[in-house]
Ligand binder design. Structure first.
Ligand SMILES: [Zn+2]
Length: 286
């Protein structure tokens, strides 16, 4: 079983954890793009990171984790909601062969944006000055929430694409031993190999790592690829453009064409499709 998120708690420590794999969603996200293996793997790691961060959604809403930098990967983003519907894309300019994480992204920052369906939007930003995405996230939690966190992310694009990861995080702690407890749990987490994350069931992997510690597992959640683009959304974004400008484009190219850079869907609107936006005066022009 793939594309699942499993949250867990240690009975005897003030530590929570999450394990995620998302092979199918990873394949879906990169299917419509012509990414190099380096960029695809970065997107896969970002996908796992974002699903692990959905725990920050306390209410219904959306989370986006975005990287922006001056390297060949200008931008990479994954969006998710509380139901773990995910989508993502990246903008790349230049050769990425053989580049490491910090070479791909260059100087820049990571932005975590949480948009609750009701309530205020939250945005956290950290500089990218680490060699891996997982180190950037650990740094983010250290800076923004003072919560020691271990993040392990792996992705491999190929004939069979795999993306998986593990997060261990201290709860706001009260016990005297929480630092040692975290060291213990984190040291075991760091022994995980990519192949184990890809191939073992989540139960088997957690048993392999933590059979000496009592764990409480929550109900698994499914991760699914779903793009939120639609004809209606395109129309509402066109509504912010002056009707005269829309008519100029239609007169020039016959239609307005829109492309979703997440799922590669194409939308085409001819003058008859846009009557509500343009008003009645434009009906007879074609
Ligand atoms: Zn789309």
């Amino acid at each position: 079983m793939t594309d699942q998120l499993q949250r867990f708690l240690f009975d005897d420590f003030e530590i929570r954890g999450e394990i995620a794999n998302a092979d199918n969603s990873f394949s879906e996200i990169i299917k419509n793009h012509n990414f190099s293996p380096e960029v695809a793997n970065l997107v896969g790691e970002l996908l796992i990171a974002t699903t692990l961060l959905t725990a920050m959604l306390k209410f219904e809403g959306k989370i986006a984790v975005q990287l922006q930098g001056d390297g060949p990967v200008k931008m990479a983003v994954i969006n998710a909601n509380q139901d773990l519907q995910v989508r993502g894309t990246a903008r790349v300019d230049g050769d990425t062969t053989g580049l490491s994480f910090s070479e791909l992204v260059g100087k820049g920052h990571m932005m975590i944006t949480i948009t609750p369906d009701e309530g205020e939007r939250y945005q956290g930003i950290v500089d990218i000055n680490h060699d891996s995405l997982s180190a950037c996230l650990e740094n983010y939690f250290e800076q923004s929430e003072q919560l020691p966190t271990r993040v392990i992310l792996h992705a491999k694009h190929g004939e069979k694409s795999c993306a998986a990861g593990l997060l261990i995080q201290t709860l706001p702690a009260t016990s005297d031993t929480h630092e040692e407890d975290f060291q213990h749990v984190s040291a075991l987490a760091q022994t995980v190999k990519a192949e184990e994350l890809y191939e073992l069931t989540q139960e088997d992997l957690l048993f392999r790592l933590y059979h000496q510690d009592a764990l409480r597992l929550f109900e698994k959640q499914s991760i699914t690829f779903k793009c939120s683009c639609s004809k209606e959304r395109c129309l509402s974004s066109l509504a912010s453009i002056a009707p005269e400008e829309i008519m100029d484009i239609i007169n020039e190219s016959g239609a307005i064409e829109m492309h979703c850079e997440y799922c590669a869907s194409d939308y085409r609107f001819e003058v008859n499709d846009l009557q509500i936006l343009l008003g009645d005066d434009h009906n007879q022009q074609h």
